[in-house]
Design a protein around this ligand. Structure first.
Ligand SMILES: Nc1ncnc2c1ncn2[C@@H]1O[C@H](COP(=O)(O)OP(=O)(O)OP(=O)(O)O)[C@@H](O)[C@H]1O
Length: 310
């Protein structure tokens, strides 16, 4: 096991930020910690790395108890924090060289690793730039290079794509998959369900400092009753027709908003057919029609009653 967190409790005064949080990360996984703003993701990461004192719980990394002075453990961890943490007075190259130098003493080896990290985040053309001259996306990429240059076994990234343009975001996500393919185990926190779905082999959903569900995206979607969301452009429909539609087998809810009929149905496999037959039998004219599978937001909504993002 790479990370084992058991019953972690962290309070800030009266606020319980982590409420008996437990989860594991196995070697080779990309685990996504998914939760809304303020759910406790950053607090969990800080506690796991012993950067923050906690009130209760057990944390092991690489099978060893994590403590603030566990330098041998820390050497094998790469950390990319939410806030960019680089030195303004050092160039791109010097920054990466500095952070890599905290773990790698041999100069030739370090040069090789720094060059590799620069190529990895595609900052070759910006080596001599100072951070202030970089765009937000490039700065994020520098932040990542500083965290991973020393080739750690475990890489923890806390919301690395916040406020990043789509092109840099894709590069970051591809980069993370690449690091994983090279053997690194990854923990990735985000409140973007699309990103987590795209790259994570397993997802731990957090709300109010607790794990509310975990599994692969397929397992999480199988946990809920919602099977499909059907949207139909309908020009007019009577209230009593809506009522009859709601009573059809497999239909969980029907809403009619701005000429859109939104039907949520369970996991039955002929829901679309039921809806179409109903519309035809009742001579209800309709335009575009499409069906969507549940998202991780639907999972979050069904378990907590609220949206993942406000
Ligand atoms: N230093 C602090 N002092 C007091 N409360 C804090 C502190 N840091 C975080 N909190 C509170 O603890 C809770 C968890 O915050 P945390 O930053 O861990 O959540 P998060 O899921 O990482 O959110 P975000 O995505 O916004 O960073 C929030 O209610 C937050 O306001």
């Amino acid at each position: 096991m790479i990370i084992q967190v058991k019953n972690l409790v962290k309070r800030y005064g009266d606020l319980v930020a982590l409420d008996h949080l437990s989860f594991n990360v196995k070697e080779g996984e990309i685990v996504g910690l998914l939760g809304p703003n303020g759910s406790g993701k950053s607090t969990a990461i800080h506690c796991i790395l012993s950067l923050l004192k906690y009130d209760k719980g057990d944390i092991e990394i690489f099978g060893k108890k994590m403590t603030p002075d566990a330098y041998d453990v820390k050497r094998d961890i790469g950390l990319v924090m939410q806030n960019v943490a680089v030195f303004d007075e050092l160039t791109v190259y010097e920054n990466i060289n500095y952070f890599c130098g905290l773990y790698v003493r041999d100069r030739a080896e370090r040069k090789r690793l720094v060059d590799e990290a620069i190529a990895f985040v595609e900052l070759e053309a910006f080596k001599k730039f100072y951070p202030k001259k970089l765009s937000g996306g490039l700065l994020r990429r520098l932040n990542i290079a500083c965290g991973i240059a020393h080739k750690p076994k475990l890489i923890i990234l806390d919301e690395p794509t916040v406020a990043v343009d789509p092109q840099s975001r894709n590069k970051i996500l591809e980069g993370i998959e690449h690091l994983n393919a090279q053997g690194a185990t990854i923990v990735y926190t985000s409140h973007y369900m699309e990103e987590v779905e795209q790259i994570c082999s397993r997802i731990v959903i957090i709300d109010k400092g607790r794990v509310i569900a975990s599994g692969t995206k397929e397992e999480l979607k199988a946990m809920i009753t919602l099977g499909e969301k059907i949207t139909v452009e309908v020009f007019t429909i009577e209230e009593d027709q809506l009522r009859v539609l709601r009573e059809q087998p497999g239909i969980m809810s029907v809403d009619y908003v701005s000429k859109q009929l939104i039907i949520k149905s369970d996991k039955g496999n002929n829901n679309l057919e039921i809806v179409l037959e109903f519309l035809k039998a009742n001579h209800i004219g309709f335009g575009r029609i499409y069906s969507e599978l549940p998202t991780l937001n639907d999972v979050f909504l069904e378990i907590t009653g609220k949206q993942l993002r406000d």
